[in-house]
Design a protein around this ligand. Structure first.
Ligand SMILES: O[C@H]1[C@H](O)[C@@H](O)[C@H](O)[C@@H](O)[C@H]1O
Length: 596
């Protein structure tokens, strides 16, 4: 165990286990606690990212009522934020290189505060939309800058852990948002103003924190501000001897000038083999993170649980809070494991568990579908709607125009009918016995989007297993790995592109989920995500190198070989890698094999 001495230094037990690279900086050192202060204030950006993406699903329920929002406006308010995040993440690359990490974080927290104020005071839906776009602009910049900043100020032996703390704050933000949603859902008016406005507090805290915190020494050196860089590095390393680290950063910047001089950065990245390969790995990791379906689970967990048979609205909201709590708690496991087992093993294990739990989810939906109650009661349909033609609840529920009306006695479902939904509110049928608020009495139940089933507990188990597998690896590692794999000259642009890939696939997956479910049925949709996770597993197995413990300046060397070569070897973990820097030329990588 570590401890804090009276000089304010955190001493570590020793080097992380299993690490085997010979050029690590001396790990047997004490870490000044200032680095934790830096990580905390930076990771508030992650908290805001999580809070603002998570809060909207619960806020939508009262907003829908009070602002009379139709489906289009609801979709706009959710996806405008994610769309704006994609755009601003891309432009964040340029801003990061130009203004530095610190100014970008200050800008992001300022934008978050303005967005929060606009949202909490909004009088109509257009102002709400402006607020949601503003917040999205903040999220995009924060999502790409914060991991880069933390990676650049961290000592190599704890970089993975500190960057992963940012992901812990993302899932923490999502969890807090779901609790706030639950708590304010009991207010009869204006609850959404508190839900959306509370983000102002961490935003202002981060802004004032960063007024006093330093710029990344690596960025300062790149801009030729050597004295300042030296002073900052020595400040964040607690006045330890920083000469070796400083010289290494400087030497690498000199070398990079040869590869990285002049022209548009993205074109230079694409022309330069190792950075091009790093970019492909970084973007694919972010793409696969989203294609494994995390945000269908996060944004639609209440709906998924309803589809799995949880009927009560409030119960579904609180169960959704339990979902995000699980995501948060298991991200903590990732923070704990990242420096012990490394990024690669963590991602591989996570994908394996994610694939298995998606299969479990798919199978439970399949069983529910196969045991779906038949339609037994066919009332006269004045609209002659499509709902009449369905013979079972499963088919009825998949048509967005219809819902299932039935009576229940214990676990027995009877007098079942499939009737059109009320277009103004999906809480009722358009006509007939489930059309008025007396429903619930006389054992009459209106099910929209779900069917009565006895498999809800398997769905719940599938969801928990999914999050327990996803959260330690596939959740945080794409952010962590991206903050490490690019050389300094390409770091801002590389992270901007991969963060934008994350946001673009986020919009794609979450916007298409309900349509995909409609076309492929729910079990089909989950089998599809399983297939995508298998692809991700193959990709990661073949292409993701281990970056644990290496100094940032050495990681580029992992990409000097062919893309996806040498990584999936069974010997990978038994290999000792030695890097020899030859001044003025590319580094030579020698792989030696050692039996452990
Ligand atoms: O790493 C995060 C985290 O896993 C979140 O739970 C998810 O909503 C985000 O999309 C993802 O980028």
């Amino acid at each position: 165990m570590g401890g804090i001495n009276w000089h304010g230094e955190w001493s570590l037990i020793g080097p992380p286990s299993g690490g085997d690279t010979s050029n690590l900086l001396d790990q047997n050192i004490s870490t000044p606690y200032f680095i934790y202060v830096l990580a905390f204030f930076s990771a508030l950006g992650g908290f805001l990212f999580g809070y603002d993406t998570g809060v909207v699903s619960g806020a939508m329920l009262p907003l829908k009522r009070e602002m009379n929002l139709n489906a289009l406006w609801q979709e706009l308010l959710v996806s405008s934020t994610v769309g704006a995040a994609a755009l601003s993440a891309l432009s964040g690359g340029y801003l990061n290189g130009w203004l530095g990490r610190r100014i970008c974080i200050l800008v992001a927290s300022f934008i978050f505060s303005v967005g929060g104020i606009v949202l909490s005071l909004a009088q109509d839906k257009v102002v709400l939309l402006v607020g949601r776009v503003t917040v999205g602009l903040g999220i995009g910049i924060a999502s790409m800058t914060v991991p880069v900043y933390i990676a650049e100020v961290s000592p190599p032996h704890m970089r993975g852990q500190l960057v992963t703390i940012n992901s812990l704050f993302i899932t923490g933000g999502q969890f807090v948002a779901s609790v706030v949603d639950g708590a304010f859902s009991y207010l009869s008016r204006d609850g959404w103003r508190y839900m959306l406005g509370l983000s102002i507090i961490p935003a202002v805290l981060q802004f004032f924190g960063f007024v006093f915190l330093p710029e990344s020494p690596r960025w300062l050196l790149q801009k030729g501000r050597s004295d300042e860089a030296h002073r900052v590095l020595s400040q964040i390393r607690g006045n330890q001897n920083i000469d070796e680290e400083y010289d290494k950063i400087k030497a690498s910047i000199e070398e990079e000038k040869e590869v990285g001089a002049g022209g548009v950065v993205i074109l230079r990245i694409l022309r330069h083999g190792p950075t091009r390969r790093a970019l492909i790995v970084g973007c694919c990791l972010q793409m696969f993170q989203q294609l494994s379906g995390i945000n269908t689970v996060m944004y639609y967990s209440a709906t998924i649980l309803q589809m799995g048979g949880v009927q009560d609205d409030k119960q579904a909201i609180w169960l959704a809070a339990a979902t995000s709590a699980t995501n948060f708690v298991f991200t903590l496991v990732g923070v704990w494991l990242v420096e012990k087992v490394g990024r690669r093993k963590l991602v591989l294990g996570s994908l394996l568990g994610t694939g298995l739990s998606l299969t479990l989810l798919a199978v439970s939906f399949l069983l529910s579908a196969q045991n779906s109650p038949p339609v037994t009661f066919h009332p006269y349909d004045p609209q002659n709607s499509t709902c009449r033609q369905y013979g079972s609840c499963e088919l009825c529920m998949l048509d967005p125009n219809c819902g299932f009306c039935y009576r229940e006695n214990g676990t027995v479902v009877f007098e079942t009918s499939c009737v059109p939904v009320n277009l103004a509110s999906t809480d009722h049928a358009a006509w007939g016995r489930c059309s008025n608020s007396t429903e619930g009495s006389d054992n009459l139940i209106w099910a929209y989007n779900y069917c009565p089933t006895s498999y809800s507990w398997v769905v719940l188990m599938g969801l928990v297993l999914y999050l327990a597998s996803f959260a330690p690896g596939m959740g945080p590692m794409p952010w962590t790995v991206n903050s490490e794999i690019y050389p300094l000259w390409a770091r801002s642009t590389g992270n901007a592109c991969s963060a934008a890939a994350n946001w673009i696939f986020n919009v794609l997956v979450s916007l298409t989920f309900l349509h995909v479910a409609q076309f492929l049925t729910y079990y089909g949709a989950f089998f599809m995500y399983t297939g995508l996770v298998v692809l991700a597993l193959l990709f990661v197995f073949a292409c993701l190198p281990e970056t644990k413990g290496l100094q940032l300046e050495d990681i580029e060397n992992l990409f000097t070989g062919q893309l996806c070569s040498c990584r999936g070897s069974a010997y990978n973990d038994m290999r000792h890698i030695h890097y020899i820097r030859v001044k003025g030329s590319n580094s030579i990588v020698i792989c030696t094999w050692a039996l452990l």
